[in-house]
Design a binder for this molecule. Structure first.
Ligand code: HEM
Length: 462
């Protein structure tokens, strides 16, 4: 059912509980979710806009109407907190608990202000040159005819860009600790792996790998922080990377990151920043490879706007069709396929009430494909973004919404719009694997198998 239009009751306890998804007794829906998370979300959506189920013995409610999405993320965001992986899987607690992705209250607000002060639109624009240079160098190292798994290649690419913009490190330098921590984290959050739901004290191989990778990462980052701290104030402020900026401005902002906050912040940015962007790039390239008409319009726009040159941050605003292609790709394949919250008080959603301590799943993946808001929802149609539409604002929220929306949204959108022409004007990708890949949501919306391609180099631009 949809939201009630006759105003909501102030008496939070007066609503009824949402309908319950049929699950197996005792273990609730845990196995269904583990087997096929996407099919599980489909089942939830079939049952209504607010649906109860149980995972690992904990109460969950799926929320699928844009009006309720807005209520939970924006207008009543004070009535929820972030759901930590560790609330479901006690081992997950270890992921950057002091980073801005998971902190709450005063600590979160302070961190968010400091980060917004350094992660300004101006600064992000200045990262544009790094983005195109790093991408151009990598693509030019690929041989004509080479077979590449683009999801893996793009993951290293976006990681290199972040290593440079966050720490001023090259990945060749100390990058392997970064790659190791990224893949251990994804493995750790894999909802299809049963070990995710085992108590933390059971030392599975995945957990041992995770613990080792995080501890090596912390040692490296600690060393980098020490190196930067030994720089004088002038050379720190001459640097443009996020770490130096945080160190240089921390006292002026009146909030000083502790050592562990700083480490967690960098781990958070690396993780939140590279995997989602790399997936967005992978799915966009996959879609463009299957739609030659879209590819030719992109190339035409790039010739018209850029001539023979690589794009700069200043060109991005003029790349309107590229923007529509990226938006449409983020609609069909939102890398953050769902956001999660826990109710800190009873919340009324239309006629239903979600009791305090219920966990809430808000799946972009389903809402973005809901035929009530999208004509022909499964079709890749960048033109649907050409005109404004009547659809509710929160029918589309690839970057979340409200106070905890993605702090890297501008960075990611600019990166995608710079990388597409930089890559696709140098090489073409011939798809070798399934054009409609099976999906395996982990912490992000991963393809179940590598997206394999053959690379064809294009005639040089200049
Ligand atoms: C296409 C790429 C990206 C997508 C789809 C994406 C998506 C999201 C979403 C949906 C959230 C909200 C999570 C929630 O409400 O629970 C979020 C938060 C966040 N994102 Fe991104 N993101 C992307 C790129 C980036 C980049 C490039 C960075 C950093 C450079 C970044 C850093 C963060 C951080 C730090 C948060 C937590 C903000 C807070 O809680 O205050 N993201 N992202």
């Amino acid at each position: 059912m949809g939201p009630s239009t006759d105003g909501r009751s102030d008496d939070q306890s007066s609503g009824e509980l949402p309908p319950q998804l049929d699950g197996l007794p005792l273990i609730g829906s845990t196995l269904d979710l583990a087997r096929d998370p996407i099919a599980f979300l489909d089942r939830v959506a079939e049952q209504g806009d607010v649906v109860r189920y149980e995972i690992g013995g904990l109460p969950f409610t799926g929320v699928l109407h844009p009006e309720y999405v807005e209520q939970l993320l924006v207008t009543e965001s004070e009535s929820v907190r972030k759901l930590r992986l560790g609330d479901v899987n006690s081992a997950g607690n270890e992921f950057a608990p002091e980073g801005v992705l998971f902190t709450e209250g005063e600590q979160w607000r302070n961190q968010r202000i400091v980060l917004q002060n350094v992660f300004t639109p101006d600064r992000i624009e200045r990262y544009g040159t790094t983005m195109t240079n790093v991408a151009a160098r990598r693509v030019e190292s690929w041989d004509d005819g080479a077979k590449l798994a683009i999801n893996r290649r793009f993951s290293v690419l976006t990681l290199s860009i972040l290593a440079k913009t966050l720490f001023d490190l090259t990945i060749e330098d100390r990058g392997s600790v970064i790659t190791a921590v990224a893949s251990a984290l994804n493995e750790q959050a894999d909802s299809s792996s049963f070990s995710t739901y085992l108590p933390a004290w059971i030392p599975t191989p995945a957990r041992r790998r995770y613990d080792r990778a995080v501890s090596e990462f912390e040692t490296t980052i600690h060393a980098v922080i020490e190196e930067r701290r030994s720089d004088d104030a002038q050379s720190l402020s001459d640097r443009d990377d996020l770490l130096s900026l945080l160190l240089a401005t921390e006292t002026q902002n009146g909030y000083r990151h502790s050592e562990s906050e700083l480490q967690d912040q960098l781990l958070t940015f690396l993780f939140a920043g590279h995997e989602a962007t790399s997936l967005a790039l992978t799915y966009t390239v996959l879609l463009v490879a299957q739609h030659p008409a879209v590819a030719s319009r992109l190339h035409k726009e790039w010739t018209d706007v850029l001539g023979d040159s690589d794009p700069t941050a200043g060109d991005v605003a003029a790349l309107a069709y590229t923007d529509h292609v990226v938006r449409e790709s983020l609609r069909l394949y939102p890398p953050a396929f769902a956001v999660f919250r826990t109710a800190t008080e009873d919340i009324s959603l239309g006629d239903y009430v979600i009791p305090e301590e219920t966990n809430v799943t808000i799946p972009q993946f389903r809402v973005h494909r809901d035929p009530r808001w999208w004509d022909d929802p499964e079709a890749f149609d960048p033109d649907r973004w050409e005109e404004s539409s009547e659809r509710p604002e929160y029918a589309y929220f690839p970057f979340g919404g409200g106070p905890r929306h993605c702090i890297g949204m501008r960075f990611a959108m600019m990166e995608l719009k710079l990388l597409l022409p930089t890559i696709l004007r140098r090489v073409e990708f011939e798809l070798l694997s399934d054009p409609d890949p099976a999906l395996a949501p982990q912490a992000t919306l991963q393809p179940a198998e590598d997206v394999r391609t053959r690379v064809r180099t294009r005639p040089s631009l200049r």
